[in-house]
Structure formats: structure tokens, C-alpha cells
Design a protein around this ligand. Structure first.
Ligand code: NAD
Length: 402
């Protein structure tokens, strides 16, 4: 590695990403666009840190050519654009920002629940057409209504708390065991939630089994006049079934932020069965798109990258075992990514003991095929120690950090 680590940041990341890395002593080049495979391979020569969003694909071929690369930051939630298994096999850590935009999604959901319950979009459209439709018909308070949350994760739980604070009753359904926050009611089945909620909102993750899981049968189970929201993944909901449920009057409104196929770029035509329906709020996948979320993502991921480069910490890495150990002044640190087989720790420590290396701290974590060991040492060590560790057959990557 060159004396000063180099970072390449693509896809117009928030300026905080550059600032945090520069403050950590990393030489940063930031570019606005994404790169294709060949461009990326060329640009990664001599680069240790790569920052991307969703448009740059870090493929196996890219990784095969990126011998200097240590760490990849996905400045978003999804990491499908990175070959994570190949990165792990090369000891390249990857990080993302799983929580940074969750509050933004929650606030949009709350805004939409109130807007639909008061039929604001219809009133607004009529006003712009010069129609003064002053009437309370079909307009309600959200206070005292029941919100059903499907998927009680980072977003679902925050929404639960805010909705209760606004006077709603909250039910949730999650396939995993989840602690109910405050007075929220845990439904034993999704059917129970659908049959008892005035507003149903989906916040599940994008695991393959969730594709098309919400369709005609689920809409039929919902209460007459109920509202529906999906701000999770476009593949989860059958939009033809949703249109039917809205046109028949069974549902009173819907808010949809994510679509099975979305236009590639800003300004491209948006095609959907849901266009042109009253009391339906359509937004272009902006649930998490706020300046606050962008700034949070920029800082969060950059801090993870800097901490990995500087201290070897992998806490919240999406592909390597998570190890986080504060560094002590005056000590050296060795980071050892290895194949997770029995006896690696004993072997490392016998090499260290043979060479009378004084271990001050050590932390090991494993994740599937791989293990990651951080060893803090005082008093130095010889090159032979490193050679012996490097030549262990289980060693994937060895780094001396200070
Ligand atoms: N619209 C946007 O801009 C935007 C922004 C951020 C996140 N998201 C999406 O929102 C969703 C939720 O994000 P999160 O951070 O809360 O995720 P999370 O992983 O913290 O929570 C998802 C929850 O859904 C549960 N779950 C999965 N499948 C389920 C099913 N079939 N039935 C019931 N529960 C199920 C999981 O057990 C988990 O508790 C994700 O799909 C994410 O991609 C969208």
C-alpha cells in the first residue's frame, strides 16, 4: 500500500464523504458519474478505498484486477451491485448504510397516511382546477385509527412509535420474532392484521420469497375503505390487483413509492397500472431521499471506511466478520482475514509465541466461510512473523495497521 491511502468516490456522493475520508488522511478523488467495468478496472489501479452508490457494479472481474483495493463503501442500503462473496474471498471489506434514511421513509409514510385520510390530493387537484369542494365527506382524523405494519424492522418500528404518538393504534406482523414497542399489538398472522387495520403499510425487506407476496387475496382481506401503502420494494405488491381493489372502491386510497420496474433516469417516462387513479399518491422512489439522509449516509459510510483503513475494524461490514477493537497508542495491529477452519487461532498464537511477540489484545469473529482476527502487539515483531502468518494455508489477507 502507498504511504497515503487513495480513495475513489463515484456517483456524486455527499461532500461529507470526501470530508470524512480526507480528515482521516486519505487522498480522495470524487467523480460525478458511475463507471463501467473496464473504466473501473483502470481507475482502481493504486486505489485502496472505493465509494459507490447503486449504479457502479463491482463484479468478480473488477475485483480480480483490483489488487490494491481494501474496502468498498456502498453509499446506499442495497449491496447487490457488489460481488460480496468474491470481495470476502479477497479480504476486501464492504460496508453500506442500513439505517441512515429510515427516518425519512417514516416521515413520508406519516405524511401520506394523513394526506390520504383527509383526501388531500383530491382536494388539491380540484382547487388547481378552480373547484371549491368544501366538504367533510370521506375525510377523517388518523387519531383512533389502526395502523397495520407488515415488516417490523428499522423502518416499521420507528413508524410504530411515531404513529402511536399521533394517537393511532398500531398492529404489526413480522415473520421474525420482534419485540412490540410501546402499546403495539403483535398479530399472530398477516390475515389478523389485514382484517383489523384501517391503514396497511408494507416495510418488509427484499428477500426473494417476498416477490409478489401481496396480491388479490391480501387486498380482499383488507377492510372496506382501508388505505394501503408500500414504501418497501416494488416487487412485493401485485399492482394489477391493487388497481382492481382501488377501482372497485374496496380500498379508499393508496400511496406507492416503489415499483416492479422503475425508469432508469430522472425525466424518463413512468409507466404503471396505478397512474390516473384518485386518492392515490405516487412518488418516484423518494422514501429515503432527503438531504438529511444523504448527509447521514455520506458520513456513516465514510466513517466505516476510514475506521477499516486505519484500525481494521469491520463492525457492520456486510461481507466480513464484524470485529471492532479500539486502538491503543504505541501498539501495532495485525488484521488477519482467514478461512474459517478449526485451529487457526492456535496456529497464529503459536507463531507469535515462538517469536516472543507480546500480545496486548486480540479479537476474533467468524462469519460462514471466513474468520477475521485482530491482534494488538506491543514491542514490535520481526518480518519473519509476518512471513509465517502470511504463508499459513488459511490466510486470505494480512494487514499490518500501525
Ligand atoms: N422507499 C425508499 O426509498 C426506501 C428507503 C429505505 C428502505 N426502503 C425499503 O424498506 C424496507 C424496510 O427497510 P428496513 O430498514 O426497515 O428493513 P429491515 O430489514 O430492518 O426490516 C424488514 C423486516 O421485515 C420482516 N419481514 C421480511 N419479510 C417479511 C414478510 N414476508 N412478512 C412479514 N415480515 C417480513 C423482517 O423480519 C424484518 O423485521 C426494505 O425493503 C428497504 O429496501 C425503501
Amino acid at each position: 500500500m502507498s504511504a497515503v491511502p487513495r480513495a475513489l468516490l463515484l456517483e456524486s456522493l455527499h461532500p461529507l464523504a470526501t470530508r470524512v475520508l480526507a480528515q482521516a488522511g486519505i487522498d480522495v478523488v470524487a467523480r460525478p458519474g458511475a463507471m463501467d467495468e473496464d473504466e473501473l478496472i483502470e481507475a482502481l489501479d493504486g486505489v485502496q478505498v472505493l465509494g459507490i452508490r447503486s449504479k457502479t457494479h463491482v463484479t468478480r472481474r473488477v475485483l480480480e484486477h483490483a489488487g490494491d483495493l481494501l474496502v468498498i463503501g456502498a453509499y446506499c442500503i442495497g449491496t447487490n451491485q457488489i460481488d460480496l462473496a468474491e470481495a470476502a474471498a479477497r479480504g476486501v471489506a464492504a460496508f453500506n448504510a442500513p439505517f441512515s434514511n429510515t427516518r425519512s421513509v417514516v416521515e413520508l409514510a406519516i405524511a401520506e397516511i394523513i394526506s390520504m385520510t383527509r383526501r388531500l390530493t383530491e382536494k388539491n387537484t380540484l382547487m388547481h382546477a378552480g373547484v371549491w369542494d368544501k366538504s367533510a365527506d370521506g375525510a377523517h382524523e388518523i387519531r383512533g385509527r389502526r395502523l397495520g405494519i407488515i415488516g417490523y424492522g428499522n423502518i416499521g418500528t420507528q413508524l410504530s412509535v411515531l404513529a402511536e404518538n399521533l394517537g393511532m393504534y398500531v398492529s404489526f406482523y413480522d415473520t421474525a420474532d420482534k419485540l412490540a414497542l410501546s402499546n403495539a399489538h403483535r398479530c399472530a398472522t398477516i390475515e389478523e392484521l389485514l382484517e383489523t387495520s384501517d391503514v396497511v403499510t408494507i416495510h418488509v425487506d427484499g428477500r426473494p420469497g417476498n416477490a409478489g407476496f401481496f396480491g388479490t387475496e391480501q387486498f380482499k382481506r383488507m377492510r372496506e375503505g382501508a388505505l394501503f401503502l408500500n414504501l418497501s420494494r416494488g416487487i412485493v405488491v401485485d399492482h394489477v390487483a391493487l388497481r382492481e381493489a382501488l377501482e372497485s372502491g374496496h380500498l379508499a386510497g393508496a400511496a406507492v413509492d416503489v415499483f416492479p420496474t422503475e425508469p432508469k433516469g430522472r425525466g424518463d417516462e413512468f409507466v404503471s397500472e396505478l397512474r390516473g387513479l384518485p386518492n392515490v399518491i405516487l412518488t418516484p422512489h423518494i422514501g429515503g431521499s432527503t438531504e438529511e439522509a444523504q448527509s447521514d449516509i455520506g458520513g456513516f459510510v465514510a466513517n466505516k471506511l476510514a475506521s477499516f483503513v486505519d484500525e481494521g475494524n469491520t463492525t457492520l461490514s456486510v461481507n466480513l466478520p464484524g470485529v471492532g477493537l479500539p486502538e491503543q497508542a504505541g501498539q501495532s495491529r495485525i488484521g488477519h482475514v482467514h478461512i474459517n477452519t478449526p485451529g487457526v487461532l492456535a496456529q497464529v498464537n503459536s507463531i507469535l509465541a515462538e517469536h516472543k511477540v507480546n500480545v496486548e489484545g486480540q479479537l476474533l469473529s467468524t462469519r460462514g466461510e471466513y474468520g477475521y482476527l485482530i491482534t494488538d502487539i506491543s514491542g514490535g515483531f520481526s518480518d519473519e512473523v509476518l512471513e509465517r502468518l502470511r504463508s499459513m494455508e488459511q490466510t486470505v489477507r494480512l494487514r499490518v495497521l500501525s
